[in-house]
Structures are given as C-alpha cells and as structure tokens.
Design a protein around this ligand. Sequence first.
Ligand code: 13P
Length: 280
Amino acid sequence: MLVNMRDLLSAAKSGGWAVGSFSVANMEMVLGVLKAARELSAPAIIQIAEVRLKQSPLEIIGPLMVAAAKAAKTPVAVHFDHGKTEEKIDEALELGFTSVMFDGSHLSLSENIAGTQKIVSAARKYGAAVEAEIGAVGGSEDGSEDIAVNCTKPQEAQLFANETGIDALAVAIGNAHGNYKETPKLRFDILERCSKLVQVPLVLHGGTGISDCDFKKCAETGIKKINIATATFDSVEHNVAARYGRNEITNYYDLHAAEIEGAYLNAKRHMLIFGCDNKA
Ligand code: 13P
C-alpha cells in the first residue's frame, strides 16, 4: 500500500533498523524491489532522482511508481530523490509522491534553509514528507560530477532541522554516491552527535559499497533511511550479463525476467542487512 515516508521512518525510529530506499529506472526494477519487500514482509521506499529524468521521464515513471506502491502488499513510500528544481518537485507532489527531497547541499546554510522551507510548505498541502541535506555527500547521483565530501556539522544540522520543519535529514559522514574507489571510513562520531541533536530520522546516501557492519551501525545510530542506487543498476546489469553468458536469455521476456531478478536480489540482500524484514 502507498504510505507516507514519515510513517515508515517513525516506525523504524524506535528499533535498530532502517528502511531501504531503492532507486528505480523502469518497471522491472520497481517489480523486483516490491517482490523482495513482499517476500520479506518488509516496508520499502522506491525513488527516482531528478538527474535521472532524462532517461525515465517523470510523467511516465511517476504514475507507474505510485500505482505499483498502491498495489504492493507491504507499506511502500514513493520518494523524489535529489530534487533540484521547484518545478519538478511540484510535479512529483502532484503525481502523488509521498515524499520529496530538496537538495540544497550546494547552497549556503541560509539559502538551503530558505529553499527547504519553501518546499516544506508546498509539500504540506499534499501531506507529503520532505527530506533535505546538510553538508555534502560526495560524488553525484549519476556520476557526472565528483563533489568532494563536506561532513555535516552537527550543530548546523540541529539548527537546520529546527528552522525548516523537515521530516528526514541526509547527513554527510564520509559517504559518497557511486562505487567507492577506496573502502569508505564513515565518521560515526559525527553521526552520533547528529543523532543526539536532531530529532528527525537521519538518511544515509551513497549506500552502494558500504559494509554490512557499517550499515548495521548506522541503523543503530539514527539512520532510518538508506539510499541504494548504483548497486541496483549494477545488479540488474550483472544478472542480465550472467544469464546471457549461460545462454539463458533467448527472447525479450527472458530479459525482462532477468532484470526483475537482478533488482530483487539486490533489494533482498540490503533489506536483510538493514533489518527491515518482518517489519511491514
Ligand atoms: P549509491 O548510488 O552510492 O547507492 O547512492 C544512492 C543515493 O544516495 C541516491 O540518492
């Protein structure tokens, strides 16, 4: 069923687990993630980032995501990831997304606060949740930029959350989008301070390549939403390639099934690590 992201994250808040937020680019990925959620009785979030709309137009994939969440057997929120423009964020809200992110991480603190406040008041009219980011997560969602990590300052995070009335806050603790070149060293000291000072659930971006142990530690230290994008795309690609390699794809529908399976395997693996199985 389609649910508000606020409700999903508040259910996770009291336990040491987090909800997986999986980026999708087509129907097969949506079906794969929801299959894993159903099998594990897990809540889930499906998301698409604004930079990916050139491949998957919002007016086409948006209604598909919302319809899939409504038909799902477990609670599913539909999230607009890394919203950069008011225009696209409004479009997502109008399509029925139950959560939107305003990414003002490249702005000054005061500009980020002002921009986020605007989105919070727009989203309230739809009852949708709002995520924002403070500090800067490294890399970029589509690999087109190499943004340096700028770790979140806990006191700024506290001020930001209080001033904006957001529902979830993405923090930068050494995490980065895309495949890590070196094993990431997450700053749990910063995460602990943010978690003490900020009342709303925290979000970890750049989930691909983080160790199982670090994921668990994050989920026990205030992170309640974990974003996974690259790992989903890689899993779909690798599963398709492996099945071609074994001559198991002989028509389009074999390919379709291999894509769903790739997304399913990746989502299932992460849901089990995040501890969100049997939490629906
Ligand atoms: P990865 O591509 O590293 O999994 O990051 C996902 C993400 O944070 C999307 O916002």
